[in-house]
Write a protein that binds this ligand. Structure first.
Ligand SMILES: NC(=O)c1ccc[n+]([C@@H]2O[C@H](COP(=O)([O-])OP(=O)(O)OC[C@H]3O[C@@H](n4cnc5c(N)ncnc54)[C@H](OP(=O)(O)O)[C@@H]3O)[C@@H](O)[C@H]2O)c1
Length: 157
């Protein structure tokens, strides 16, 4: 199964200068809970961003894949040069954790979405790509101050 998780504001903003545009401890706790035993894939820029938050601490995932078209090697992650080949061939459950480029490439393959709606407008420069949410049905929704945590499943045709 391919799952995706992200947080976006009312304008679908997700990033600012390769960092998150906000600090919502409840969303960080939710992200940690949903990803801690997962094999995750992210783009190189999101990997660099996470490393700037975690510094020397290990990334808190079961297994880490980093997509980068360029040749690269990572001490604590497996380099994926062709994400389409990877996603078609893997038997693992994968959680896609960003950023914009990787979300856009992986949306057609996603079975389940975990979206945090940030009920505000923030400043930044990276937006979630537009896509057709009507292909998914909402199966769970919970509310916190300034946040909605929603889970969607792809509608089987
Ligand atoms: N709000 C949230 O939930 C959230 C979550 C994660 C990230 N973010 C934000 O998103 C922003 C980063 O997003 P981004 O789009 O700039 O970067 P990104 O998705 O993290 O990384 C893009 C990487 O993917 C590589 N790539 C492109 N096509 C590929 C393919 N077919 N196979 C393998 N690799 C491929 C690119 O390689 P090349 O450079 O060689 O093309 C590039 O290194 C940051 O601001 C971050 O804070 C927000």
């Amino acid at each position: 199964m391919i799952q995706m998780i992200w947080a976006m504001d009312e304008n679908w903003l997700i990033g600012k200068d390769n960092l998150l545009p906000w600090h919502y401890p409840k969303d960080l706790a939710y992200f940690k809970k949903m990803t801690k035993n997962s094999s995750v894939i992210m783009g190189d820029l999101t990997y660099q961003s996470l490393k700037s938050y975690y510094k020397t601490k290990p990334l808190p995932f079961k297994k880490v894949y980093v997509a980068n078209i360029l040749d690269a090697s990572y001490d604590d992650a497996i380099h994926i040069k062709d994400i389409f080949k990877f996603i078609k061939e893997t038997n693992e459950d994968i959680m896609v954790i960003g950023g914009k480029t990787i979300y856009q490439l992986m949306l057609p393959y996603a079975d389940k979405l975990y979206i945090t709606y940030v009920l505000k407008k923030h400043e930044g420069n990276v937006y979630f790509p537009s896509f057709d949410l009507s292909q998914f049905k909402c199966i769970d929704k919970s509310f916190e101050e300034n946040l909605i945590f929603a889970t969607y499943e792809r509608i089987k045709s």
